[in-house]
Every structure is written in structure tokens, then in C-alpha cells.
Design a protein around this ligand. Structure first.
Ligand SMILES: [Zn+2]
Length: 456
């Protein structure tokens, strides 16, 4: 989605050829983006000459003769293209202005979320949508931002996306500003201090200006113009760098979702004060998870072990009675249960649906009781569980099957039944979602040397 720097770049490109063009006719291919009846819009623009371009937040403003403007928002994927009258329309074209000199300007929008609003020039800033746009960072004072944050109970990440509060930050530059100011994106907005507001305004100003100079970021499908690419993408430090080493401290950056938006931060540089640093260690059975989580224990982390929590839950007769009934067991035993769930995927799912919510609740309780500590969660089924998003780092530990077999046998357990339970363990997804991946097939010394590289 284009943000302020990208819209500014589009504005600059349009400025090179739009002013001075007189509208001879228009072609409307999809009327849904035009916030007026098509007939009304046609007679509004035909015969007028574009005079200049301006921008407010992420809105483009096309100024025309006779006190008229067309306010345009590109939303997700809106693009403008210049062309000539004989061009064949693209299937995603929304509208085309045909100028008296035979050239054209097409608005193309794959997602059709963009808008075009005809308005009177002299009042356009005092009515919606422009009246709802807040100040841009270079006009906003830290005091105004601080005041605006006081009634926000959302995270700071979400608050800075509110264009009424501060105009121009979208998902990309929001992450960049929070990284630069060392503010954790999960912080509640009204806990941000006045000093931090000074930093947010200063860094928003600096980063957006830097992005404008570099022509914005070309991310995924967004292109300001065919053949023109933004250079800012190569300068982004946080956005798009989840699971990579932090450029400041080297610790793995973490990507989580806040309000549905992908968010990247460094758990070490952007400390969430009052909240524990949480490292999740996961891996299939006998992969060596506990070697890694025990290492972190020695580094001062409090270990919360899913297997121990499950053992305790199996001592609770409220839970075991439900399981006994569900699987028609005469007596409850974990060995008997293992035999039942290794028989079928369906049985395993049923058991998980009984046990997992109780495990999750217990994890949250223990984390809440230990907020002053660093915490390591040792959880075989971390990936895809609700615990995943509360981790500041996920470490996946894997081992060759031969090593797994050896270790399971050493524990005196049924090797095939244990491995059957782990058949569906999501190796590929886990590796992708992890900041660090370790194998425990080599020597312990080598593993510890790898772990020693990080400031725990
Ligand atoms: Zn860092």
C-alpha cells in the first residue's frame, strides 16, 4: 500500500505532465471508485484544465480551473499511467481522462479500493475526506501527539496508523519509526511519554523525508509509474526484516501481527518495559529442545515446560474423566492414551482440543506471575498455537531421525509410537517462523558456541 512518500513520488511524477492538460472527454470503466454519479463527474471535469498537483496525507489532489479539484486516494493498489488516446484499455482501468492534445491519464486499480472525489477547491480541506486528515510530522508538535495518544487504548503501532492523529505513516514507516525510537510496538499508546513523543515526531519527519528523497519504497505490487522504482526499500531497517539480525544489536528481529498488520521489531532494542522477554523453544520429540531451553535457564531465564504442565494437567481428575469418557477408557493412564492417539490423527486432534486450552491458560498464568523475569517457553507444539504471537523470539531445534530414535529409546519409550505422534510436526513452517534454528546432531560444544553468539 502506498504511504505518504510513495504518494509524494506519484505527485511529483504527475506534476511533470498533468498541469496544462485540458480534458476533452472521459472514459469510465468502473464507476464504483467515483464518489459521484458518472454523469455529474463527467460534466464536472470535461472542458476544465488541470492547473497543479498537491498532496494531503496520502491523498492526491488534482487542481483544475474554475475552483475545482479531484481528490484521489490510491488505497491498496491504485496507479496512474500516462498514455495516448489509441491505447487499448487494461482490464483493471477505472477511468481515463482524454486530453485535447491526444494524450491520456488512466487510473488503474486492481483492487478497486481507491476513490476519486470531485469537490470545490476553496472548501476541499474543510470537508471529508481531507478534513479528517491529521497533521503531517513536519507540522505536528510533540505536545499535540502526546495529547492525541492520551485517549488511545490500542497499541502504539495501531495508534500511529490513525491518519487523524498523525498523517502519512502506514505499516512500513510505522515499523521504521518505532525501531528508530526504540519503542516496542506492543506498548499501549497512552503509556508513551512526552520524551518519546518528541522522538516519534522527529523520526517520522526524518524517515518520511528520507523516503521522499529516495522515491518511496517499491513493495510488492506498488509502482509509482512503469519503469520508476523507489530506492527506499533498500534503506528499510525493520520492515521486511523479520527473523534477520537486528542492524543495531544482532539479535533476531521478530515479526508478529498487531491488529492484523505484520509488525517487525527488535526485542532487545525495543524493550517492552514491565513485560518479560519471552523466548519460545520448539521442535519435534527428542530433537534437543530441552538442551537449548536449559542453556537459557543457566542464562537466568525462567523455564516454563509444556510437558511438565501437561503432566500436572493429567493429575487433574476433572480433565482425565473427560478423556476417559471420550475415548471409552476403563482406567486413565498416559501409556494407554499414547496408544490411542497414535492410532489416528482424529484421536490426536480430539485430545488436543481437551488439553491445549488448559495448557494455554496455565502458561499465561505463569507468565503473568513472572513479569519481572526473562522467560523461556519449552513447547513442542508452539507453531500455530496462541503462544506463538507472545514470543519475542522463536527457536526451532531439530535433529536427524536416527538421533531422535536413539534418544527416545534411551528414555525407555516406544520409539515408533512417539515418532508417529510427531509425524505432522511442521518443520518447514517452524523454520520459516523462527529467528534461530539449531540442529543438535553435532557436538554439544558446537551448539553452545552458536548460542553464545547472542546477548541473552
Ligand atoms: Zn536490536
Amino acid at each position: 500500500m502506498p504511504e505518504l512518500p510513495e504518494v509524494e513520488t506519484v505527485k511529483s511524477i504527475l506534476e511533470t505532465f498533468v498541469p496544462g492538460k485540458r480534458v476533452k472527454s472521459i472514459d469510465v470503466y468502473y464507476s464504483g471508485c467515483i464518489k459521484a454519479p458518472v454523469e455529474e463527474f463527467s460534466s464536472f471535469v470535461i472542458g476544465e484544465t488541470f492547473t497543479r498537483m498537491s498532496r494531503r496525507g496520502k491523498f492526491l489532489i488534482f487542481h483544475m480551473t474554475n475552483n475545482k479539484v479531484v481528490v484521489s486516494h490510491l488505497r491498496m493498489e491504485g496507479k496512474y499511467f500516462e498514455g495516448v488516446e489509441t491505447d487499448v484499455p487494461d482490464k483493471h482501468d477505472i477511468i481515463r481522462y482524454v486530453f485535447t492534445d491526444g494524450t491520456t491519464l488512466r487510473y488503474n486499480d486492481v483492487r478497486k479500493f481507491g476513490i476519486l472525489v470531485p469537490q470545490k477547491e476553496d472548501i476541499c480541506h474543510s470537508i471529508a475526506p481531507l478534513s479528517e486528515v491529521g497533521k503531517e510530522p513536519w507540522d505536528l508538535t510533540p505536545e499535540e501527539l502526546y495529547k492525541g495518544l492520551q485517549n488511545k487504548k490500542s497499541t502504539i503501532k495501531e495508534a500511529l496508523l490513525d491518519q487523524g492523529l498523525i498523517a502519512g505513516l502506514g505499516n512500513i514507516y510505522d515499523d521504521e519509526v518505532l525501531f528508530a525510537t526504540r519503542i516496542n510496538p506492543k506498548r499501549i499508546a497512552n503509556t508513551i511519554t512526552k520524551e518519546e513523543c518528541v522522538a516519534i515526531v522527529r523520526e517520522s519527519d526524518r524517515i518520511l523525508k528520507e523516503a521522499i528523497v529516495n522515491g518511496g519504497s517499491t513493495i510488492k505490487s506498488y509502482h509509482p509509474k512503469e519503469g520508476v522504482s523507489g530506492l527506499m526499500q533498500t534503506r528499510l531497517l525493520a520492515y521486511g526484516h523479520g527473523n534477520e539480525a537486528c542492524p543495531t544489536c544482532g539479535f533476531p528481529m521478530r515479526k508478529i501481527f498487531i491488529g492484523g498488520r505484520g509488525t517487525v521489531y527488535c526485542p532487545k532494542c525495543q524493550v517492552n518495559f514491565g513485560e518479560p522477554l519471552i523466548v519460545g523453544v520448539t521442535g519435534p520429540i527428542a530433537s534437543g529442545k530441552s538442551t537449548v531451553s536449559s542453556y537459557l535457564e543457566k542464562k537466568g531465564y525462567l523455564k516454563i515446560d509444556a510437558d511438565l504442565i501437561v503432566s500436572e494437567i493429567y493429575k487433574n481428575t476433572d480433565v482425565t474423566n473427560v478423556i476417559k469418557e471420550r475415548f471409552s477408557m476403563a482406567e486413565f493412564s498416559r501409556e494407554g492414551l499414547l496408544a490411542i492417539v497414535s492410532q489416528s490423527e482424529e484421536n490426536r486432534k480430539v485430545l488436543n482440543s481437551i488439553v491445549h486450552p488448559a495448557v494455554y491458560k496455565e502458561f499465561l498464568k505463569r507468565i503473568d506471575e513472572n513479569k519481572d523475569k526473562k522467560i523461556v517457553l519449552d513447547v513442542p507444539l508452539l507453531i500455530g498455537s496462541p503462544l506463538e504471537d507472545i514470543c519475542d523470539l522463536i527457536i526451532t531445534v531439530i535433529a536427524d531421525e536416527s538421533n531422535q530414535r536413539k534418544r527416545i529409546a534411551e528414555r525407555g519409550k516406544d520409539v515408533d509410537a512417539s515418532l508417529a505422534l510427531n509425524k505432522k510436526w511442521p518443520r518447514g513452517i517452524a523454520k520459516r517462523k523462527s529467528g534461530l534454528v539449531f540442529t543438535t546432531d553435532g557436538s554439544l560444544d558446537k551448539l553452545y558456541k552458536n548460542l553464545d553468539k547472542y546477548d541473552w
